[in-house]
Structure formats: structure tokens, C-alpha cells
Design a protein around this ligand. Structure first.
Ligand code: GTP
Ligand code: MG
Length: 281
């Protein structure tokens, strides 16, 4: 099946070619992904674009960390993904950040308490997700963090605020995926679950093989993008694993939820909750 992208796609591609810096390249590539038709025939092209985008974002975050180009406010990305809390002053961002991560950001009824990005680490079933509060002043260099984040969480205390926040993102050319939460109506646990679900990731478990090793736990969680294969899994652990790979034993569930063991190859598509034991030469 041909991909047949619309004209808008080619315009975005031209913007990409003409982009003079990584930020503009990221913006153009996000546009290309949005314009690419989503059907079976475009799956591979889309996946290629997404992995290029991820690489660009990583490079952009790394160069700003070194002070080359990017903003000095850029937060060093840590964990498996980064989510930014964006909302008006007193919407409860710091309060929520503290609940999700155990941080100690100042919470107060005074406006504009937070003046620089506050960072915390959220634990979701053993997977670390970095949470960043963007100050309610929406300064450009703070907003740049949200551009390379995996998710934006609108913290909305009052109805209608989300439309104004959309406008602010648009004004900053930010197209990062976003969700909306109300910290006074949803519990921190519900919000945590919602953030995880929106990241499009799954957790698979690596199984240790040495039976006389009592120090490392029997399995340890690893976060991966949904749709990942055993090949992706081996590459995450160590690049030599793919070369020396013989087979993997996967403990998984069938459609009816019954537990079963499978012996599989590199192209096997993993499912959330799978437990993987790699066998190498
Ligand atoms: N609207 C509302 N506010 C509440 C509620 N419960 C607590 N608050 C107060 O809302 C305020 C939220 O404060 P923060 O979490 O510091 O807000 P922020 O979004 O970080 O705002 P900045 O000061 O700009 O950093 C605090 O004073 C809370 O005590 C509630 O149910 N509804
Ligand atoms: Mg705050």
C-alpha cells in the first residue's frame, strides 16, 4: 500500500530541510508526523519519523544541558519519560508535584510562588517518570522544556482555563501531546495512572537467571514504548545481546487472561506485563 501523504506533509518536510536549528527541526518533524496518513501502509514511515524525532529531542536536550544553544533553564532529563505540569498560578501545580513525587516545592495561596522550574521523580510500578512544574509566568525559556517533554499535563482548577493554555502552547509552537487534570477533583493516584496511560508505554520484566543470586530481585521492571519487540528489549539491555541472541522465553497471558510460556524470536511483539528471559550463546 502506498503512503500517499497530503501536500501539508511535503510543506512540513520542506520546513524541516530549511530549519536552521534543532528546535525548528523538532517543530517541523512533529508537523510531518501529524500530517502523515495513519494506515497500515504508512506504519513503517511513521515509525521511522517517530524514532528520528526521539533522537532529535534527545540531542536537543543534551546540547542544552551542555549550554550549547538551548536554554539555561533546561532541566536534565532523567527517568524513562518527562511530563511537564502547565497551568495558571495557584492552579495547584506545586501541590500536585509534591503529591506525585514527594518533592518539597513551596505551596502557597500567594500567586507566582514558583519562579523557576521545579523537578521531581514519580515512581510508577518501579518505573521512574520525571515531573517538571513550569512556572505560571510561561516564560519562553521555561516553555522550551515542554517542547521536548513526552507529555504536557494541563493543571486546570477552573473550567475554561484549558483553552487559554492551548493558546499559550500554540504561541510557543509547542505540539507536545497533552492531557488535562484537575487536582481538586481527581486524586493524585488517579492522575498518576492517567499520566502513565498517556505516555503510551508498557512495562515488561527482565527475569534473572542465576538461581543462587539472592541479592537482585527475581524480576525487574523495564519501561518500553507500546509495540516494542524482543529486539528492542535486547538493545535496551546491551547491544551485544542481539548478536548473541538464541531465543527468549516469555511468560505472558493469552486473550482469555491465561498464563502461558512461549519460546520466541527477535521479532516477537511484547505485551504489557510480559516477563522475559533471554538466552544467548
Ligand atoms: N481552587 C482550589 N485551591 C485549593 C484547593 N485546595 C487547596 N487549594 C490551594 O491552592 C493553592 C495552590 O497552590 P500551588 O500548588 O502552590 O499552586 P501553583 O499552581 O504551584 O501556583 P504558583 O504559585 O504559580 O507556583 C494552595 O494555596 C492550596 O492550598 C481546592 O480544592 N481548590
Ligand atoms: Mg507552584
Amino acid at each position: 500500500m502506498p503512503v500517499n501523504p497530503p501536500a501539508e506533509y511535503y510543506l512540513a518536510e520542506e520546513k524541516f530541510r530549511n530549519a536552521k536549528n534543532k528546535e525548528d527541526k523538532i517543530i517541523a518533524m512533529e508537523e510531518m508526523i501529524r500530517q502523515m496518513p495513519k494506515h497500515h501502509g504508512s506504519e513503517k514511515a511513521l515509525a521511522d519519523l517517530k524514532s528520528k524525532l526521539a533522537k532529535l529531542k534527545k540531542e536537543s536536550a543534551a546540547s542544552s544541558k551542555k549550554g550549547k544553544g538551548g536554554s539555561k533553564f533546561n532541566v536534565h532529563k532523567e527517568g524513562e519519560a518527562q511530563a511537564c505540569l502547565i497551568g495558571f498560578t495557584n492552579s495547584g501545580k506545586s501541590w500536585l508535584l509534591n503529591k506525585l513525587t514527594g518533592s518539597k516545592a513551596s505551596v502557597s495561596g500567594h500567586p507566582y510562588t514558583t519562579t523557576k522550574p521545579e523537578v521531581g521523580m514519580m515512581d510508577y510500578k518501579g518505573v521512574k517518570i520525571q515531573i517538571v512544574e513550569i512556572p505560571g509566568t510561561f516564560e519562553r525559556e521555561h516553555m522550551a522544556i515542554a517542547r521536548t517533554a513526552e507529555l504536557i499535563v494541563f493543571v486546570v482548577g477552573e473550567a475554561g482555563e484549558e483553552l487559554k493554555l492551548e493558546g499559550i502552547l500554540k504561541g510557543n509552537f509547542i505540539a507536545t501531546r497533552r492531557i488535562e487534570v484537575n487536582p481538586w477533583k481527581e486524586s493524585p493516584d488517579q492522575i498518576k495512572e492517567n499520566i502513565w496511560k498517556s505516555l503510551d508505554m508498557m512495562i515488561v520484566y527482565t527475569k534473572k537467571k542465576a538461581h543462587n543470586d539472592y541479592k537482585t530481585p527475581a524480576t525487574s521492571p523495564m519501561a518500553m514504548p507500546v509495540g516494542g519487540t524482543i529486539r528492542d528489549f535486547t538493545q535496551r539491555i546491551h547491544k551485544d545481546f542481539e548478536r548473541n541472541f538464541r531465543f527468549a522465553r516469555v511468560s505472558t497471558t493469552d486473550k482469555k487472561g491465561r498464563q502461558l510460556m512461549k519460546q520466541v524470536g527477535l521479532d516477537y511483539k511484547l505485551k504489557n506485563g510480559d516477563i522475559v528471559e533471554l538466552h544467548t550463546t
